[in-house]
Design a protein around this ligand. Sequence first.
Ligand code: ATP
Ligand code: MG
Length: 423
Amino acid sequence: MTAVPAVALARERASLPDPQPCVLLKLGEVVLKGRNRQQFERMLQNNIRLAVAGLGVGVRLWQRDGVLVLNPPAGAGPAESARAADLIAGRMRSVMGVARVCRAVRVAKDARAAAEAAGELASGRPGPFAVKARRRDKRFPMSSAELAALIGSRIQELHGNPVNLREPAFTIHAEVDQSEIFVYVDGHAGQGGLPVGMSGRGMVLLSGGIDSPVAAYRMMRRGLYCGFVHFSGMPLTGPESVYKAYALARRLDEFQRGSRLFVVAFGRAQQQLASAGSGRLQVVAQRRLMLRTAQVLARRLRAEALVTGDSLGQVSSQTLANLAALDEAVQLPILRPLVGLDKSEIMAEARRIGTFEVSQLPDQDCCSLLLPRQVETRARVADLRRIEARLDIGELAEHLAAGAQEYRVAPETVTARPAPARA
Ligand code: ATP
Ligand code: MG
């Protein structure tokens, strides 16, 4: 361990610029290479700008080797910069494609400057600590271990905390870059996954239930930019389910910006299916018509997939035979990210992402209208086609889509809620 006299440190520190508050982002899926990687970074930067747009603080973005640095606007005072960096860091926790969010300070490329900054960050933190140092610039004259030792001894000297590398109460990180050192405590898990938009667009069938918002979240996390379509039982039901769908879309807009929600009044079409003699096939026939209508809207949004919250065997309409009958109704692929999850797992995720409480609000779901006494668990496509032929189903789907109400989803007040933490 290199001992550095405190007086010398203080003197040297006086000649160094103050630590600059910033946010360091570690990117997910770093295995991506070449053009994919460039696209990843471009999309992510774009999404970051959109995410901070409503915060009322500017941001300067620097791409470094494997990390992104977000700086508050130049010229702001220290307190203002620190506040801006806090706000930006909070927002980054719901941006897809970010693996870790570290509220950091940027100091000169000087080990002593890093030690001083670490000393300040450790101030007021009780308990044992650890230091982790790494060098993205291998030409730095100290090894990572030497740098960590220097920082560790400075913290002990200033605050007297014991070192415990195995079970620290907090960890100081120092990362040496090409022209500076970043220092931060702990850091938070980001959402991970891919930047929204990187995998194209999809149209989510969003009911007021628990499952479909979670399905949307999962696909956004895999880079799908999502439009939403909700089918209400109107005019046979009230508008409550529409309020819920809007509130859910708004929650989900935290993970992407500029969401659009289409609302289709589906009650009359449900009656038509019933009158056409759908009987035990009513639920599956309705679902097929929803998918066909969603497909028309998807094309309007240039979406290349449909997304549902189906989970195999969860209810009688979601047997393997019925899911196959649903697939047969449309050309676009149907993505079902929850297909292998238990209800309890879906509920836990809904709680974590903040959609559960909205999904729990009472409403009259359109599927509860005209519900047959028994739902067919082995729907046959030939039988469904016979019913649909009585209605000119393609025409009906076009008609329903043409009558859809479109809403632009306004973002929630972004600072009101802490971003959902990833496990
Ligand atoms: P939950 O099962 O928690 O009640 P859910 O959204 O899964 O909610 P289901 O009845 O299981 O509802 O429907 C399966 C899937 O079909 C949903 O996940 C959703 O994608 C789609 N869906 C059902 N009803 C509607 C609707 N009214 N509007 C849009 N999509 C719907
Ligand atoms: Mg369900």
